[in-house]
Design a protein around this ligand. Sequence first.
Ligand code: ANZ
Ligand code: ZN
Length: 817
Amino acid sequence: MTKRIFYDTFLNMASFSHRKIEKKWDAIWRKKKIFEPDIRGAKKPFYTLMMFPYPSAEGLHIGGARTYTGVDMYGRFKRMQGYDVFEPIGLDGFGIHSENYALKVGEHPMKLAKKTERNFYRQLQYLGNGFAWDEKVETYDPKYYRWTQWVFTQMFKRGLAYRKKALVNWCPSCLTVLADEQVIGGECERCGTPVIKKELEQWFLKITDYADRLLKNLETLDWSDVIKSAQKNWIGKSEGAELDFKIIGVKDRITVFTTRPETLFGATYLVLAPEHPFIADHESQIVNYEEVRSYIEAAKKKSEADRIAEGKEKTGIKLEGLRVLHPATGEEILVFTADYVVGTYGTGAIMAVPAHDERDFEFAKKFNLPIKAVISPLYGDSRTQEERAYTGVGYLMNSGKFNGMKSEDAKKAITDYVGGRVKTTYRLRDWLISRQRYWGPPIPMIHCNSCGWVPVPEKDLPVKLPFIKNFRPTGTGQSPLASVETFYKVHCPQCKGWARRETDVSDTFLDSSWYFLRYPSARDAKNAWNPAITKKWLPVHMYIGGAEHAVLHLLYSRFVTMALYDAKLLDREEPFSIFRAHGLITKDGAKMSKSKGNVVSPDTYFKMYGADTMRMYLAFLAPLTEGGDFRDEGISGITRFLNRVWTFGLRKTWVRTSNGAVTKDIHKTIKKVTEDIERLHYNTAISALMILFRTFQERADAVTKKDFEVFIKLLAPFAPFLSEEVYQMTRSSKKYLSVHRADWPNYDETLLAEDSYTLVVQINGKVRDQFEVPSAITQREAEALTEKRKKVTNFLKDRVIEKVIFVPKRLINFVIR
Ligand code: ANZ
Ligand code: ZN
């Protein structure tokens, strides 16, 4: 590899020392604050952001390097277009991820954070990004988490933070509770251990109050579709009805939630979730209560995802002694408890319609329960109903006076008939934010026996995380801070009596739910953010990050922003105007993993090849929004290209006035590069630059200094160091103007217009089609393209072409018989 570069540079008779120029320009840029926008005075603010890393001392991943440099390319482009670009950086260093790493290497997280910080910032610096270093934030810095705690107290004051005893997700390895969003396929998002349920009293944030707004606003956002639909599904709005079922001999009823009230006549039994309070409340009526109770205990240990999955073996148990009246037919039906019904959705009770619901069908088959079809398919196939449920629409049958009605119309009619209520339900649950861990911001609340829960007053923030030696999670359902008396023994802020401080810390996702608000005001010691500054810089104009945060960070940030907007603390209710999910890269076709030993370390590569080459190589792999495959062989092509550009810049003599031979190519390239960067399709932008450069080499006699300058400007976002060096080398003015602050080149549309024309297609003299073709197209090329046109193929089918008349710049006529 090294040999090849050497050989190549030798051939070119010149090469640039990336280390030297990187060092040089980095120092100059920092000194002249090229990338620090005037936060207060900026006229055209543009905020570009990549999700900040949650670092471990292992360092930056090459995928991270690709995305950070990718965001930076966009930022540099916007800066050259005249925007005041703000591209901040920081570290999401609090939380389980960092703490687990500290546990693994046996170092205290507080000490480790400092080490990690140095290493990460060094690596990020290496990428050649135009970060606004003066505004960095670290979530574990008391100057930052003071305000995280303040955000929490704002939520509390608005009734959006509350305590509740609930069955919550518990990771037996991280020894803490987790939010629903952090349980992925039944496993802990951080460590992959299967999650169990535990009953604990915890702090929740009321994101459910915002379900409808979170859903509605999605339509106004320019975000990757995958993210929007993930949020939509997660919020899970369902419109249906609540129907009541009377119990014989008991003054109580069971209310079910259904999205299919029109199937009521087909309901042959009811199912209660094992967690449903009705069961314990009616212990005396349930004959087989002991048996039921042991079933319930077993169910509580299973993950929700497992329970509700279709196709899973159904289990359940009859509640003997309970008899329920069907509200429409007056018949008696049975009641079961089964874990495929969950306590956290709808009312925790369902009417089972086995003929039209898959899960009910599986259950009814297993327990030999009646299956009564009430919807007849529009295109009748009665056999399907014996083998599986028919879940489609149709006409009602076996439904008394509703027979023959369309199922859609019967929804409301049947709901009304039995006195049911139209009801909208959401799948979204409140955000559980307590963590029984050490490495996070203490939840700023104090419990007093006479005053209840009292927030820590603003003047007493931050509640500092004390340094304790034994920070290991305890597993007792309490944080290690619960045994530090000097921490928890406090006076009540209200009555001054003895009280106990909350000892749980908050979820990392609370830290990151507002960090973008802090950046522009990072140096403000008195406020979480300065309203005038926030007004200027937010929302983030271009936000890029991983799709895995779709229903985590990206949902929480929207919620927190909305809540702060309602509290009149912000004047926007959405944090990010544009969001794009970046792709993931593989190495030689395989997923990078430590066990495979194919993890690409950015350090090694950036050192060896330099930031410019690596940035361009990573960008060249694929559009930023797509994944790509990293192969060592690919890198030298970029190095060769950059060396040639360098050599070209060293020319002593330049053509004085342009003869126009390369003008059109230049304008075409400006257009292409501009549009491609806007779409984050850096790969095609770079190949357009390579093509233009080849033309320059071929027509060196026609290239003026100005032409070359345009090329260098287009290259600048991708290869910032080399471009700056060459730009300064060729510029005549002595006054320093960074290429990164130079104007982005404009293209002349009129020069491009004549590059193509509309070719009219005739068949036997009749116009049948027309399409754009390049001006230089030959008759053979035109014929080939025309024959492939959809409209034309039909005419040519089974016919013989006698001859083709081609009039360049006008038409093509197929004479057929
Ligand atoms: C009767 C029925 C008939 C249903 C039918 C479906 C089809 P979505 O669309 O996801 O909101 N359900 C209600 N609460 C439940 C719970 N706590 N646990 C498990 N399942 C529950 O799903 C709504 C449907 O899921 C409801 O409509 C209910 O079954 C079931 F042909 O009621 B349905
Ligand atoms: Zn008190």
